[in-house]
Design a protein around this ligand. Structure first.
Ligand code: URA
Length: 248
């Protein structure tokens, strides 16, 4: 879309006035002042007027939800269980969850209507890094940590090596942060089952550049500009990685 049209659609000014803004060097695209009115911009571009970010009228939305346990990561549940749709305002209309957290898992869940990004972030050949805090039964032993670090056999298929940080351990239970790239079904739970330390509770602390921070359970926030830029960068890198794989 031409820059002046983008600005007009976003409600910044009329198209004529937007052309003036551009001619006066008040508009920057991806950090560079643009004075040519016909410059083409798209949803991935960062457009600023007088240093203020301008979101396109139909710009995709990115929400970070702290999903509670006992909630389905779907927009509808034929079984009538509570879903993440009930936790985000209707005005966000078409956002859908990116990937899935188990019914009993809580934590960071990205919801967006940016279909391209959602597709690439959940593509099985590309895994965004995710960190989970698991409380597991019993005292985790050094050999269990080693097994997790090396990758564990899950139904004949080896999970990729995980990054592991033991937060605390006692006789009754242990608390561990696990970082993985993959997104196999119930992966973290199955990894700990394989070490004979079943998961008692599981919280996703991080999904790529998105962190849980202080967001209370059941609450959402809009991703910050910085997070959105980082998500798009991850998306671009993933796309390049996939293209390279497909090219052989
Ligand atoms: N691994 C799991 O076991 N469950 C989740 O919800 C996410 C990752």
């Amino acid at each position: 879309m031409r820059l002046q049209k983008y600005l007009a659609h976003a409600g910044v000014a009329s198209r004529r006035a937007a052309e003036e803004f551009i001619a006066r060097g008040r508009v920057r695209v991806n950090g560079k002042a643009v004075t040519k009115p016909g410059t083409l911009v798209g949803p991935a571009d960062r457009v600023e007027v007088d240093g203020r970010l301008v979101a396109a009228a139909d710009a995709p939305r990115y929400l970070v939800l702290n999903k509670p346990p006992k909630v389905m990561t779907t927009m509808r549940d034929p079984g009538g269980r509570r879903t993440v749709a009930s936790l985000v305002p209707r005005e966000f209309g078409r956002v859908v969850p990116v990937g899935r957290l188990d019914y009993d898992t809580s934590g960071v869940l990205l919801m967006t209507d940016d279909g391209d990004l959602a597709y690439i972030l959940t593509h099985p050949k590309f895994g965004v890094e995710k960190t989970y805090r698991a409380v597991v039964r019993g005292r985790l032993q050094a050999e269990d940590v080693r097994a997790l670090l090396e990758g564990i056999k899950l139904e004949g298929e080896r999970s990729q090596p995980a990054k592991v940080r033991v937060v605390r351990t006692s006789g009754a239970s242990s608390e561990i942060d696990v970082t993985i790239h993959e997104g196999k079904n119930r992966q973290v739970r199955r990894m700990f089952e394989a070490t004979d330390h079943p998961v008692v509770s599981l919280v996703r602390l991080r999904f790529g550049p998105l962190s849980l921070g202080e967001l209370p359970v059941g609450h959402w926030r809009e991703a910050t500009d910085r997070e959105i830029s980082a998500l798009r960068r991850v998306g671009r890198e993933a796309r390049a990685e996939l293209d390279a794989k497909e090219a052989g």
